[in-house]
Design a protein around this ligand. Structure first.
Ligand SMILES: *Cc1c(COP(=O)(O)O)cnc(C)c1O
Length: 192
């Protein structure tokens, strides 16, 4: 049965409220205060544009995922209220973002350095051993970027590494997708 966009919006809004509440409870349990507050990033992924089009104009967009340096300009030009790029994983993309921000004259762009902590080949991110150097490069060598911390992606098999997903471990930025928007819909995937 087809679900109307409006109905999906309602479901997503309720799920989002519930996620916010659970994150707040976890933050309180672990005694977070002020700047250690936790931000929830709602990951829309494959959801239809109609679902996210009705969002307020002052929404802050975060870019996650692999960004090719030749797409940096299109990203920054196309999304004026881009608040953060969470997936800077080498000097090349950092330099490119830095240049594009300077060339379009917008305010400094917040970035996270993505670190491949799970060791999985499939994951992007700088190796942990190269993380400090890249963070230094962004902080000292990219005046138009604002280094805001690290980003990691947990192991898929999180039952063996539950600490990957516990915000009590100190996360201040939590990305949540399917819990808010429902299961991802990829065109070729068979539904059961
Ligand atoms: C898809 C995605 C998420 C959200 O994953 P869910 O399992 O749907 O919550 C978070 N972070 C990144 C980098 C993603 O690609």
């Amino acid at each position: 049965m087809a679900t109307t966009s409006a109905a999906m919006d309602g479901v997503a809004a309720a799920a989002f409220q519930s996620v916010i509440q659970r994150v707040q409870q976890a933050a309180e349990r672990s005694g977070r205060r002020g700047p250690q507050q936790v931000r929830v990033v709602a990951v829309s992924k494959t959801k239809p544009v109609s679902l996210i089009r009705q969002l307020p104009e002052d929404i802050e967009w975060h870019f996650i995922g692999n960004l090719q340096s030749n797409k940096a300009k299109a990203l920054l030009a196309g999304v004026p209220n881009l608040a953060m790029v969470e997936s800077v994983d080498d000097e090349k993309i950092a330099n490119q973002l830095d240049r594009v921000v300077a060339s379009i004259g917008r305010k400094p762009l917040k970035v996270l350095v993505q670190v491949n902590t799970s060791g999985e080949e499939s994951k992007f991110g700088v190796e942990p051993s190269g993380c400090v150097e890249l963070a230094k490069h962004v902080s000292l060598g990219c005046p138009n970027l604002e280094f805001c911390g690290l980003m990691t992606i947990g192991m898929l098999d999180y039952s063996s590494t539950p600490e990957n997903f516990k915000i009590e471990m100190g996360s201040t930025n939590v990305r949540i997708g399917s819990t808010i928007f429902g299961a991802r819909e990829y065109p070729k995937k068979q539904s059961n």
